[in-house]
Design a protein around this ligand. Structure first.
Ligand code: DAH
Length: 348
């Protein structure tokens, strides 16, 4: 058999084997066997030395064709098999995206925190700074700097958990007034601050008392600040929380750190002033304490009461939440019953 026939036969044999194989490893074996250094094609090409100068290039060219044909057939088969393998894998790993997923329960801020966040956001929008104090506070800031010396009878208004005779669990967020007044540089402008946080009192827990609850303190001190500013600010707060047709009414009251002191009522959001069970038929609901900062408080913080003055207020987010959502027992907020808390899910 001439070399050309031999090559042709090898080609046929190779192509048939490639066609018949359905395994990637086998394809590789065929490649090595047919086209490798020790394979029959190389063998045939070695025999070319014996050919005439005229025939050698022809056979050489034919040999290249044979090699190309086989190489192409092997590559085509290989990619066909690889694709088939991928398809099989995809089929096997197929996901049904319409199956319901595993829902991860989503947390959310506690309802009291929601009210605090809403208020704090409102005040930030009005240019107030936020001051977060410590729950363990000095008697000095919680009382003395707020015009409540050690023997002051008004200390009885707030039954206190003492840690030592000078350290206590703060009974109010008002100590942040004193701390901020001390720090503030009034040459740079007025002090406008809010301070939200937890406070503690030695109360027996019942439906309206908790030994730990929340307050948001607010204070504005500068030049020419009047009680009208206080009232306007409280109106904004009431409207933010309860809707915009509400009025604010100030009644005389007493706090050692304000003079005059007031208690602020808002129009009952439930009956709009007509009288109902929530407002005990008065049309008004008491929501917070406030007043014009006492000159002694300013003096003790080295702020000149002849030049600077302003207002302060302290409100209870727990009470706001009870009013807003008709919750009758403050302890519900602290027992962390998820069924109760998820009622206030902001995302519905
Ligand atoms: N700290 C007072 C309390 O716990 C509430 C309060 C009243 C705060 C009047 C104030 C204020 O800043 O001016 O009863």
């Amino acid at each position: 058999m001439g070399l050309k026939d031999k090559l042709d036969q090898l080609r046929q044999q190779g192509l048939t084997e490639v066609k018949a194989s359905s395994d990637l490893n086998k394809i590789n074996d065929i490649r090595v066997k047919m086209l490798g250094k020790k394979g029959p094609i190389t063998e045939v090409l070695r025999g070319m030395r014996e050919l005439s100068a005229e025939e050698r290039p022809k056979i050489g060219q034919f040999a290249n064709e044979v090699r190309d044909d086989l190489t192409n057939a092997i590559e085509a088969k290989r990619s066909e098999l690889e694709q088939a393998k991928i398809n099989a894998q995809l089929e096997h790993e197929k996901l049904d995206v319409t199956l319901p997923g595993n829902t991860v329960p989503q947390g959310q801020p506690h309802v009291i925190q929601q009210i605090i966040d809403q208020l704090v956001d409102l005040f930030i929008g009005m240019g107030y700074e936020v001051a977060i104090g410590d729950e363990v506070e000095e008697d000095h800031y919680n009382f003395e700097m707020l015009n409540l010396p050690k023997d002051h009878p008004a200390r009885d208004m707030q039954d206190t958990f003492y840690v030592t005779p000078e350290i206590l669990m703060r009974t109010q967020t008002s100590p942040m007034q004193a701390r901020m007044l001390e720090q503030h540089d009034f040459t740079k402008g007025p002090l406008k601050m809010v301070s939200p946080g937890k406070v503690y009192r030695r109360d027996t827990d019942d439906a309206t008392h908790s030994h730990q609850f929340h307050q948001v303190e607010g204070m504005v001190i500068g030049k020419h600040i009047t009680m009208a500013d206080l009232k306007g600010t409280l109106e904004v707060v009431a409207q933010e929380l309860f809707g915009d047709e509400l009025d604010v009414r100030l009644r005389p009251s007493y706090f050692p750190f304000t003079e005059p002191s007031v208690e602020a009522d808002i129009t009952c959001f439930n009956c709009h002033g007509r009288g109902c069970a929530i407002c005990k038929q008065t049309g008004w609901i008491e929501v917070l304490g406030a007043g014009m900062t006492h000159p002694n408080v300013l003096k003790m913080a080295s702020v000149d009461p002849e030049v600077y003055g302003g207002f302060a207020f302290g409100l209870g987010p727990d009470r706001f939440a009870m009013l807003k959502y008709g919750v009758e027992d403050i302890r519900d907020f602290y027992q962390n019953d998820v069924r109760f808390l998820t009622q206030f899910n902001q995302k519905g």
